[in-house]
Ligand binder design. Structure first.
Ligand code: NAD
Length: 249
């Protein structure tokens, strides 16, 4: 029962594929109703969940448009009447050396990876505080801890996501909310496709991962269900690394 999400509603962003799709399917299997938000459609995610008898509704929205977030959140609450779990997963990366990183790339990354995360936390946090409980899971990165190469905006955004997670946990832990983050290691998705195509880089990264392989989207499901469930009720402000041992090395 510790991991049962029956009767809970999870709002998950970035659900058209990759990590967001796997977490949506996993939380639905654990019993949650899903509200899926992506800039591109989440039709496949909807099919996967409904085929298993799960409940899901989707919204197409560009979350980097801060002005639209109030409406998106209100619509999300409207589907099932409440939001118990928020997973801020939508994120983008722009790979350009720091000296050449354009203002457009910088703002595009920060607007989605950081600003939308804070504003959705505010909206969901307010809603959850009124109800006296809630789970927020922000998707961080190895680049919440390390500097990375050629991704200054992404690294800045993911360091900030880790800090924001702790700041919100401090404020909201006493109000019945748990705010935590998951920091995935190298996972095979669209986000990492350019690195996967670069055989030399792919191999050198694989060799550095103690587990000896890249992660799959399914590797995030257990940790996400755990942080979304009663099982993690005394966890606050934690950044849970799911990285095959990358940071331990
Ligand atoms: P992905 O590119 O496969 O998926 C990103 C999702 O975000 C897609 O559903 C896309 O539609 C959505 N999205 C993009 N821009 C959006 C916008 N403006 N508004 C709404 N939705 C938008 O990437 P992924 O690897 O599944 O990444 C998911 C999260 O995990 C991101 O925050 C990413 O930074 C993080 N992450 C990924 C890895 C990895 O190795 N893949 C590692 C660490 C962290």
């Amino acid at each position: 029962m510790l991991f049962d999400l029956t009767g809970k509603t999870a709002l998950i962003t970035g659900t058209s594929g990759g990590l967001g799709q796997a977490m949506a399917v996993g939380l639905a299997q654990a019993g949650a109703n899903i509200v899926a938000i992506s800039s591109s459609n989440s039709d496949h995610t909807v099919e996967l969940i409904r085929a298993n008898g799960g409940q899901i509704e989707q919204i197409s929205a560009d979350l980097s448009d801060a002005e639209g977030l109030n409406e998106v959140f209100a619509k999300s609450v409207g589907f099932f009447g409440q939001i118990d779990i928020l997973i801020n997963n939508a994120g983008i990366i722009r790979r350009t050396p720091a000296a050449l990183h354009s203002q457009q790339d910088w703002y595009d990354v920060i607007d989605l990876n950081l600003n939308s995360v804070f504003f959705l936390c505010q909206l969901a946090g307010t809603h959850m505080i009124e109800r006296g409980s809630g789970k927020i899971i922000n998707i961080a990165s190895m680049l919440s801890f390390q500097g990375g190469v050629n991704v200054p905006g992404y690294t800045a955004s993911k360091h900030a996501v880790a800090g924001l997670t702790k700041a919100l946990a401090n404020e909201w832990a006493g109000k019945g909310l748990q705010v935590n983050a998951i920091a995935p290691g190298y996972m095979e998705t669209n986000n990492t496709a350019p690195i996967i195509r670069d055989e030399k880089r792919y191999t050198s990264i694989t060799e550095r991962i103690p587990a000896g392989r890249w992660g799959t989207p399914e590797d995030l499901v257990g940790p996400a269900v755990f942080l979304a469930s009663k099982a993690s009720d005394y966890m606050n402000g934690h950044v849970l690394c799911v990285d095959g041992g990358w940071l331990a090395r």
